[in-house]
Design a protein around this ligand. Structure first.
Ligand SMILES: *[C@@H]1O[C@H](CO)[C@@H](O)[C@H](O)[C@H]1NC(C)=O
Ligand SMILES: *[C@@H]1O[C@H](CO)[C@@H](O)[C@H](O)[C@H]1NC(C)=O
Length: 265
């Protein structure tokens, strides 16, 4: 049993029954349930990350958190799955030529490692935003998110990735945030979501959502601090290497006022 569930049970029981419950856990008959050593985080820490790569994803929504998590992967075991519809390179290019009026060829591609149909086991799904969030053609992404969400330990959205998750219905009833520059159009995608502003990021149980693009980097650092053994030291060391000043207060969000987003939730 996970240590968090044990704590939860403790709160519900009287002190005496909680003690008996703890003793029953240390009895050899249920030896497998004993949490390892003094470490309360490592046995629960998510190890398998999937990044969704919809057409016209925002580059930094993916590579910001990926850079931070890769630093973590040098300190603890992590696995990465890059997910898309097919194994063809996933492009940041606009879906329609009309969205590329200067005919630029400035769109990198990323090679996926799994298709949605492969449905590899993952603990965390990271959904980036970008022009992707406004694509009229997100059917396979939405189907995959709906299918995988119940199996996840955590869902993380970056920027307008919250709009994609909202379209899949998985943010319904959750507190969540998104890019304040795209607030009206993204929040309209999830009328049942408790949209939070101001917020650099919002944690609500298994659902973590960030504000615009670079906020995903601060979310990733906070996630490491909370979910991994020695996470604070790892996050601070990695931030030093990146020369990134972490925003540590989730309410620290000047963009909310800048884009006239009303205070909510
Ligand atoms: C757009 O650019 C490509 C090269 O990147 C070129 O082949 C094509 O003719 C251009 N289209 C227009 C309408 O200018
Ligand atoms: C914690 O992480 C820091 C930064 O990566 C590292 O220097 C230190 O050795 C780690 N401590 C433990 C106990 O793992």
């Amino acid at each position: 049993m996970a240590p968090r569930s044990i704590l939860f049970l403790h709160r519900k029981f009287s002190v005496a029954s909680a003690l008996l419950f703890s003793l029953s856990l240390i009895s050899p008959a249920v030896g497998g349930a004993i949490p390892p050593r003094s470490d309360s985080k490592s046995c629960n820490s998510p190890r398998r990350f999937g990044f969704l790569l919809p057409r016209s994803f925002s580059v930094l929504d993916v590579f910001g958190p990926l850079e931070v998590l890769q630093a973590l992967s040098r300190q603890t075991h992590l696995e990465l799955a890059l997910l898309s519809r097919t194994l063809d390179p996933a492009s940041t290019a606009p879906v329609a030529a009309g969205m590329n009026k200067f005919n630029s060829s400035f769109y990198p591609t990323v090679v996926p490692t799994y298709t949605y149909a492969d449905d590899p086991p993952i603990d965390v799904l990271v959904i980036p935003g970008g022009a992707a969030a406004r694509s009229p053609d997100l059917g396979p992404e939405i189907d995959y998110i709906k299918k995988v969400f119940p199996k996840l330990q955590y869902l993380i959205t970056i920027c307008t990735g919250a709009g994609i998750a909202a379209q899949a219905g998985v943010l319904d009833g959750h507190r969540a945030t998104t890019n304040k520059a795209a607030w009206a159009s993204m929040t309209a995608m999830g009328p049942e979501v408790k949209w939070v502003s101001p917020a650099r990021w919002v944690e609500d149980g298994k659902v973590w959502t960030s504000s615009g693009v670079t906020a995903g980097i601060d979310l990733a650092f906070e996630f490491i601090k909370q979910k991994y053994e020695n996470g604070t030291a790892i996050a601070e060391s990695a931030a030093g290497s990146l020369e990134h000043t972490i925003i540590t207060d989730w309410r620290d969000d000047p963009w909310s006022a800048r884009f006239n987003v009303p205070v909510s939730n």
